[in-house]
Design a protein around this ligand. Structure first.
Ligand SMILES: O=C(O)CNC(=O)[C@H](CS)NC(=O)CCC(=O)C(=O)O
Length: 274
């Protein structure tokens, strides 16, 4: 998506795309980070922020999940837990095909980074509270592990997701054009290979109302690190692939990294305590 700061406009754009989905079900759809209000500015995002279970953004996503009979990861939307909150969470919400919100993950690593682009300085923590929980979601086609965008640089979170049972790592993103070109494919494929999980990494793409440039290249990657699908255009579009989590068993059996990690854990703990 090339999301605008306007939730209703973005919801309409999402629905246009959902109309083009293949027929098979069950189906998981992952929207990009800030899918419903991108580049709105911190003040506006705080104004739009919703309490859990209440508000037009969450209602819009729930209705789409139900209408199209899909599991829907709503990218991130700004959520607050009390009307007095100064900051919001960048919350990745998971809706089931009945339209019920079944999980919430708050982005854990915040993008306080300098980039050689026209924005130059990103300070996400000025308006966003960091999450502190690892979240997985069982579905009929495997267990989802939730992460967001900049999180992809922190392999430890993905280890924790795999340990918690994840099969499909879901990564709504809005990578910058500059860092995306340098790192996006390598990081997403590395997480898939390390954790022997599918990675579904959605993306913002193109030039947004506030002048920010995002990298695009939404990806579906299998547990061997192969790219199964990729969006090739900066126009809104969908990358679709068949995800068969049974294919993970052989990869995990042949190269048992999870067991080998457990063996090495004692040594690693001992060396970091020194
Ligand atoms: O600001 C919004 O409206 C939506 N949020 C984002 O775009 C976020 C925080 S600024 N972007 C990233 O995390 C980029 C990470 C990245 O590009 C990297 O790790 O290299």
């Amino acid at each position: 998506m090339t999301s605008s700061p306007h939730p209703q406009q973005n919801l309409q754009e999402i629905e246009q795309q959902l109309k083009t989905l293949p027929d098979f079900r069950p189906q998981l759809v992952v929207l990009p980070e800030a899918s419903l209000c991108f580049g709105a500015g911190d003040k506006r995002q705080r104004e739009l922020a919703e309490l859990p279970g209440d508000g037009p953004m969450q209602q819009g996503l729930a209705e789409l999940a139900k209408r199209y009979n899909i599991w829907l990861v709503g990218g991130t939307i700004p959520l607050i837990d009390s009307p007095e909150d100064k900051k919001f969470s960048a919350a990745s919400l998971v809706f089931n095909p009945q339209g019920a919100c079944v999980a919430r993950y708050n982005k854990m690593h915040l993008f306080d980074v300098d980039v050689a682009d026209n924005t130059k300085s990103y300070r996400e923590s000025n308006w966003t509270d960091a999450g502190d929980a690892v979240v997985t979601v069982p579905t009929e086609f495997g267990t989802l592990g939730l992460a967001v965008c900049y999180d992809v640089r922190f392999a430890e979170l993905f280890r924790a997701l795999r340990t918690a049972g994840a099969d499909i790592l879901v990564l709504p993103s809005a990578f910058t054009q500059v860092t995306g070109q340098a790192h996006w494919h390598v990081l997403t494929r590395a997480r898939a290979i390390e954790q022997q999980c599918f990675v579904v990494a959605s993306a913002q793409a193109g030039e947004h109302d506030n002048g920010r440039q995002t990298y695009g290249h939404a990806l579906v990657i299998d547990g061997w690190g192969r790219i199964l699908a990729e969006t090739e255009t900066m126009q809104p579009s969908i990358a679709t692939a068949l995800v068969d989590t049974a294919s993970l068993h052989k990869i995990r059996q042949d190269i048992p990294v999870a067991e080998h990690f457990n063996r090495s854990k004692k040594v690693l703990h001992a060396s970091t305590e020194r």
